[in-house]
Write a protein that binds this ligand. Structure first.
Ligand code: NAD
Length: 348
C-alpha cells in the first residue's frame, strides 16, 4: 500500500498543525537538504508550453529517495474559474523503485514556496526587516506572508494587486491573523518603506511590475512570479544593481528574471550561502534579489517532511497502486482468475 495525502487530508493536516508551523517545519527540512546539495541528482524541470500556460515535471533524487511533481502554470485560469497553479506528486524508495507517498501538491507547493522564500530571506534580508510589500495577492500571497512572519517577524504588509477583489481577499484573510495591512494605491506605493518586496503576480509576459527607482538601498526582493520563459516581473536595472541569488542556475537562466540579462551575468546559488561557502548580505545598503523559480529539491523536502509528519496519523490514507503478485514474475496471475470467471459466465 502507498501512503496517500489527498486534498481533504492535506487541508486537515495544515489546519491542524497551523500553516505557519507547517511552513516552518518544511523550512528546517529544506535548509538541511540545501546544505547537502551535492548529494542530489539534479536536472532543470521538463516543460510543455502552450499559448495559455505550461505543464511541468520536476524530478530529483538522492541515494535513498526519488521525488517528482507535476505542476501547471496557467495565468489566465482564474478568469475561467480555474486556479493558476495546481500540482500533485510522489516520493519513491530508490532501493526498489516503489512509491511510498502520493500527495496533492497545490497546497503543499504554496507551503514549500513560502518556506523557500523565508529560507532565502533569513539568509539575505536585513535582520531588522519587519515590513513587506506583497505585489500580486492571489493564491500564494497568504502563505508568503505567514512564512515571512514565522521566520523573520514580518508584521506589516503593504499589499497591491491590479484586481481590487484579490487585495480585499488578502486583507480579509490576514487582518484577523494579526498583520498590520496597508492597501496600497499602486505597486510603487506598496514598495515605499518596505524592507522586503515580494512579487507573486501571474502574467505570461515580460512584465516590469517593480521599477528600480522604487527600490530603496538595503531592500531584499523575493521575486517568485517570474518562473517561465517569457514571464518576468522585475526591471532589469534592479538585477544589475543588486546581487542575484538563484536556486539551480541552469533552470533559472531559462525561467527566471535573469533571462532578461546576458547569459554570463554573475549569480550566486543559494545553497552556497546556506552552507557558509559564500557570503549572502554583506552590508546594510546592499540590494539582494532572490530570483525564485521553484526547484525540485523544494518538493523533495516538502514531500519528505510531509511523509514523516503524517505517517500513522489520520491525515494519511492508503491507495493500492502497486500490482504485486505473490510470484513477482507472475503478473498474469492477477488477471487470470478474473478472465476465467468472465469466460465461464458467458459460456453458461
Ligand atoms: N517560484 C516558485 O516557486 C513559485 C511557486 C508557485 C507559484 N509561482 C508563481 O507565482 C505567481 C503567483 O501564483 P498564484 O498561485 O498566487 O497565482 P494567482 O493567479 O492566484 O495570483 C496572481 C495575482 O497576480 C495579480 N496580478 C497579475 N498581474 C499583476 C500586476 N501587473 N500587478 C499586480 N498584480 C498583478 C492577479 O490579479 C492575481 O491576483 C505565478 O506566476 C506562479 O507561476 C512561483
Amino acid at each position: 500500500m502507498v501512503m496517500l495525502v489527498d486534498v481533504p487530508r492535506m487541508a486537515s493536516w495544515i489546519s491542524y498543525v497551523g500553516p505557519e508551523a507547517a511552513i516552518e517545519g518544511i523550512r528546517s527540512r529544506l535548509e538541511a537538504d540545501y546544505r547537502r546539495w551535492p548529494d542530489f541528482d539534479k536536472t532543470p524541470r521538463i516543460a510543455a508550453h502552450s499559448p495559455l500556460g505550461v505543464i511541468e515535471l520536476m524530478p530529483i533524487a538522492d541515494a535513498e529517495r526519488y521525488a517528482f511533481k507535476y505542476v501547471n502554470g496557467h495565468p489566465a485560469n482564474p478568469l475561467r474559474g480555474y486556479q493558476t497553479v495546481t500540482a500533485f506528486g510522489a516520493l519513491a524508495d530508490v532501493h526498489n523503485g516503489y512509491p511510498v507517498l502520493v500527495a496533492e501538491m497545490t497546497l503543499l507547493t504554496a507551503l514549500r514556496t513560502a518556506a523557500t522564500s523565508a529560507m532565502a530571506a533569513v539568509a539575505l534580508a536585513r535582520s531588522d526587516s519587519h515590513t513587506m510589500a506583497v505585489i500580486g495577492n492571489g493564491s500564494q500571497s497568504e502563505f508568503q506572508a505567514l512564512g515571512m512572519r514565522a521566520a523573520l517577524g514580518i508584521d506589516t504588509l503593504r499589499i497591491w494587486d491590479t484586481d481590487p477583489t484579490a487585495m480585499a481577499k488578502l486583507a480579509r484573510n490576514l487582518a484577523p491573523l494579526g498583520f498590520e495591512i496597508h492597501c496600497a494605491t499602486s505597486a510603487e506605493d506598496a514598495c515605499r518603506g518596505a524592507d522586503i518586496v515580494t512579487t507573486c503576480t501571474a502574467d505570461k509576459t515580460l512584465a516590469t511590475i517593480v521599477r528600480d527607482e522604487w527600490i530603496a538601498p538595503g531592500t531584499h526582493l523575493n521575486a517568485i512570479g517570474g518562473d517561465c520563459p517569457g514571464k518576468t516581473e522585475l526591471d532589469p536595472a534592479i538585477l544589475n544593481r543588486g546581487d542575484v541569488f538563484v536556486e539551480f542556475t541552469p533552470q533559472t537562466r531559462i525561467e527566471g528574471e535573469i533571462q532578461q540579462l546576458h547569459p554570463d551575468h554573475p549569480v550566486t546559488e543559494l545553497w552556497t550561502v546556506l552552507d557558509g561557502t559564500v557570503a549572502g548580505r554583506t552590508h546594510d545598503d546592499q540590494v539582494t534579489v532572490f530570483d525564485s523559480v521553484g526547484f525540485a529539491l523544494e518538493d523533495f523536502s516538502a514531500l519528505s517532511y510531509l511523509a514523516d509528519a503524517v505517517a500513522g496519523t489520520r491525515f494519511a490514507g492508503t491507495v493500492d497502486l502497486i500490482a504485486d503478485p505473490d510470484d513477482p514474475r507472475d503478473l498474469f496471475s492477477l488477471v487470470a482468475g478474473e478472465e476465467a470467471a468472465v469466460r465461464a459466465a458467458s459460456a453458461a
